[in-house]
Design a protein around this ligand. Sequence first.
Ligand code: CP
Length: 348
Amino acid sequence: IKHLRSAADLDAATATLILDTAGEMAALAGREVKKLPTLRGRTVVNLFYEDSTRTRISFEAAAKRLSADVINFSAKGSSVSKGESLKDTALTLQAMGADAVVIRHSASGAPHRLASWVDGSVINAGDGTHEHPTQALLDAYTMRSRLGRLAGLKVAIVGDVLHSRVARSNVLLLTTLGASVTLVGPPTLIPNDVAAALSPATELTGSASLRGDRLIPGEMAGGFPPPANPAGVEKPTAISPAAIAVSYDLDSVLPDMDVVMMLRVQTERMQDSYFPSAREYSRRYGLDLARMRKLPEHAIVMHPGPMNRGMEIAPEVADSSRSTIVEQVANGVSARMAVLYLLLGGKA
Ligand code: CP
């Protein structure tokens, strides 16, 4: 594959190749091999229109460990403040010889647009409420490292599913790799029609509730028009409804799970009607110690970060031995090294 815009870009064989390669990258790091010459002479641009800590730093670390030249672009302090469009910014980067552009943008679908403007590979580092495929890869890698497999795993994704690009990419990737997913949260934060909401074929049409709603008409202010043929932008992926369940009762789900992935409550994207109160939310859907003890002995607790400690996850749970939160961050570098290596090396 040339681009990684969606977890739906990955079939099982390609996803497994990325996870295996991430394992090799981690093993090299463990043997104190700090740098590989693989991408010497290649240029990776990190194009971040939205804030990020983990993703931006780990992409930079990944590219540098592969000896690529790295250009970090942040919308703050750039000519975006003067109204320069995403397209013109992309063409500027193109002129500087970018071999790969890693993009985070508040508009769902931005990576797809970008891929039609630049010659290099485009990697989605989070677009609106749509997708975050490298987060799903590092999450899958973490599950496989801790539990030894992905096929047959039972994974609960809990909380603000409606606004979560992490949830969407994880559902797509985990079901591709044979895990089953239960989405858990209040009814107002779970899409009514999960299968339709997760279908990449509908993601730019405005019909799916899990997709972002931030397509900006015109090209100014970093926005872009919707594509003329939305369904042609991505290949449709059939998500087996059998692989996705929905529950509104966290306590009843926990005893059967291998993995519980807590999501950040995205209050900044929330309308009042979605979210009664932090206290009520935490009481019903927060993972505290008492709830964590309902999990089987072997089960792990994940969170993509950043966390609202005390809301969706109690501090004692986040810092417990079952938590993989810090491990996920470390694995993010290996997973992103694998993605850059395979996309720029043409091996995926
Ligand atoms: N998980 C994640 O995407 O974190 P950042 O927003 O800090 O990159």
